[in-house]
Ligand binder design. Structure first.
Ligand code: ZN
Length: 295
């Protein structure tokens, strides 16, 4: 049997790593760095909402079989710690957002004054490309530690992807610059674009807070409708992870245009417009430009 083993080939080379990413956007980022050297599974799939996700037994099995687990952090996966413990996995857990400067999110936009009202870090850091550069470096370091034999490849993949991100970022800045300044305001279902606003200067207003756990109150909805009319906000957008009915109601009652679908917290399924992070950002900016671009 010994004769069958190829001479000089390290044992690790034949086996792809088993990587688990908590949600679809992160799964794509891991793929960009790992290339073909990892079998990547995600817990929360395309078009699905990671806030308040209910893990299934299959998720624990994925974690138990994994060599590396990549998570967003910033409180995004509130259900994860229990799941990891239950799974018994010994795989290292890489927090992709480690080193990102968090911005504060407000979970209670209505200011309704219920007890326990709290400020949290806004978890949606991937909406800024500067942050995704940090994600990619953390993923590269994590993969290289688990699989040091391929560290040079992970570094090369990272370098190539960072160049792609540079091009993407330049295109987003140009697209925003082409939108008249007084049109640079959008309504979305939940507050997922705080980092995008901070980086690129397009304002988002949302009836829900930074999580989708709680529903918008009638008071929040009425406030948004008043604001749309008062500030002449041109468009409201459907999110791929949210129930469309709230935005449809707001569009109908405010007279704002329905500006199509944006991808906030998840990629699209296969064949959709946002099957990768880069495609997602390009699809979103195209939708914003189409709705806001004209005077
Ligand atoms: Zn979200």
């Amino acid at each position: 049997m010994l004769a069958l083993a190829p001479v000089g080939t390290p044992a690790v080379a034949a086996e792809p790593l088993k990587a688990v990413a908590t949600f679809s956007i992160l799964g794509d980022l891991v793929k960009q760095v790992a290339g073909d050297h990892a079998e990547i599974s995600t817990l929360v799939g395309p078009d699905a909402d990671a806030h308040g996700y209910n893990p299934a037994p299959a998720d624990a099995r994925k974690l138990a079989a994994s060599d590396i687990v990549v998570v967003n952090g910033l409180g995004f996966e509130g259900w994860l710690d229990r799941l990891i413990k239950a799974s018994g996995t010994k795989a290292p857990v890489i927090v992709a957002s480690k080193g990102v400067k968090p911005i504060e999110g407000d979970d209670d936009h209505g200011g309704g004054g219920h007890a326990g009202h709290a400020h949290h870090d806004d978890p949606h850091a991937w909406q800024s490309i500067a942050n995704v550069r940090i994600y990619i470096a953390n993923i590269r370091d994590g993969l290289s530690k688990v699989d040091p034999g391929r560290a040079a490849e992970y570094a090369a993949n990272t370098k190539a992807y960072l160049a792609t991100l540079d091009g993407l970022e330049a295109d987003i800045r140009n697209a925003i610059a082409a939108i008249p300044p007084d049109h640079r305001r959008i309504i979305t279902t939940h507050d997922a674009f705080g980092y995008f606003t901070a980086a690129y200067g397009l304002d988002f207003i949302a009836p829900q807070g930074v999580s989708t756990d709680s529903e918008a109150s009638p008071k929040d909805v009425a406030r948004i409708i008043r604001q749309i009319r008062r500030d002449k906000i041109p468009a409201v957008f459907l999110e791929n992870v949210a129930d469309p009915r709230l935005m449809q109601q707001i569009a109908r009652e405010s007279g704002a245009a329905l500006g199509g679908k944006v991808y906030s917290d998840a990629l699209s399924g296969p064949g959709g417009l946002a099957t990768t992070y880069v495609a997602m950002m390009r699809s979103n900016i195209a939708a914003f430009s189409a709705a806001l671009g004209k005077k």
